[in-house]
Design a protein around this ligand. Structure first.
Ligand code: 9D3
Length: 225
C-alpha cells in the first residue's frame, strides 16, 4: 500500500512509524510512505499556506490553493482523506474499509482549520480519531497508518495475524499472564496453570464478558448475548 501524506511538518514523519510492526512493513516495502510538504505547493515569495478567516475571529485558516494543487498532482487513485476534528470517527470497521485500498492520500490540517472548500469539494472523506483537541492532523494520520498498515497483507507475521477482529471489536480482551506464577505476592489465576483447556476457555470468555459489562457497556449495546 502507498500512503501519501500532505503536511506542514514533514519532519514529523516517519517518526514512531519507523519502529515495530509498521517499521517492518515500511522496510519490507509492503507500505510506502510518501511525505509532501504543503509549502512546496505555494508559488509566492513567502510560501504562504494560511490566511486570516473571512468573517473575523482568532487564528489562521489553511488556504485552499496549495492543498488543491498538491492533491491534483497525486499519482494514486485511492481515497483522499482529510484528518479533521469534524470527521467521522476512526473505528476498526473504517480501518478495514481503508485497508482495502492500494493507496491513500492523507491531508493533515493545522492552525484553526482548513478552508471548507477542501472538505466540500476535494476530499472523499473526513476522519477524526476521537473527541479530544490535538494541535494538528499529523498524529491522527500516524494513528490511521498504524491501524491500516497492520492489516496490509504480509505486514503481520503469521504468529500475530489479525484473525477475525470483528469479534474483538465488541468485547474487551480477557486478562493475560506470563511467568512468574507469583509476582510480589500476586498469583496467576489457578485455572491458567491447570492445563484444562476447556475450563481455561470458559474462564477467559467469562472474564472478557464481565470486564466489558463493567468498563465498556457501550460495546454491548447492539449485541445479543
Ligand atoms: C483550538 C481550536 N479548536 C476550536 C475549539 C478547533 C480545532 C482546530 C484544529 C481543534 C483541533 C484542531 C487540530 N486537530 C486536528 O487537525 C485533528 C484532530 C483532533 O484534534 N482530534 C481528533 N482527531 C483529529 S483529526 C485532525
Amino acid at each position: 500500500m502507498i500512503v501519501d501524506v500532505l503536511t506542514l511538518f514533514p519532519e514529523l514523519f516517519p517518526g514512531p512509524m519507523s519502529s515495530g510492526v509498521t517499521g517492518r512493513g515500511l522496510a519490507a516495502g509492503l507500505i510506502t510512505l510518501r511525505i509532501h510538504n504543503l509549502r512546496d505547493y505555494t508559488h509566492d515569495r513567502h510560501r504562504q499556506v494560511d490566511d486570516v478567516p473571512y468573517g473575523g475571529g482568532a487564528g489562521m485558516v489553511l488556504k485552499p490553493e496549495p492543498i488543491f494543487e498538491a492533491v491534483r498532482a497525486r499519482t494514486g487513485r485511492g481515497p483522499v482523506i482529510l484528518l479533521s476534528p469534524q470527521g467521522e470517527r476512526l473505528t476498526q470497521q473504517l480501518v478495514r474499509e481503508l485497508a482495502a485500498n492500494d493507496d491513500l492520500y492523507l491531508i493533515c490540517g493545522r492552525y484553526e482549520g482548513v478552508d471548507e472548500r477542501v472538505a466540500a469539494h476535494l476530499v472523499d472523506r473526513e476522519v477524526s480519531i476521537g473527541d479530544y483537541v490535538l494541535t494538528g492532523g499529523e498524529l491522527p494520520a500516524m494513528v490511521l497508518i498504524d491501524a491500516v498498515g497492520r492489516l496490509v497483507s504480509g505486514v503481520l507475521g503469521s504468529e500475530e495475524s489479525p484473525r477475525d477482529e470483528s469479534f474483538a471489536e465488541d468485547l474487551l480482551e480477557y486478562p493475560h499472564y506470563t511467568r512468574p506464577a507469583v509476582f510480589e505476592g500476586h498469583a496467576v489465576p489457578e485455572v491458567l496453570l491447570s492445563g484444562h483447556h476447556a475450563e481455561i476457555e470458559r474462564w477467559r470468555r467469562a472474564q472478557a464478558s464481565e470486564r466489558t459489562h463493567r468498563r465498556r457497556p457501550d460495546l454491548l449495546r447492539h449485541r445479543e448475548r
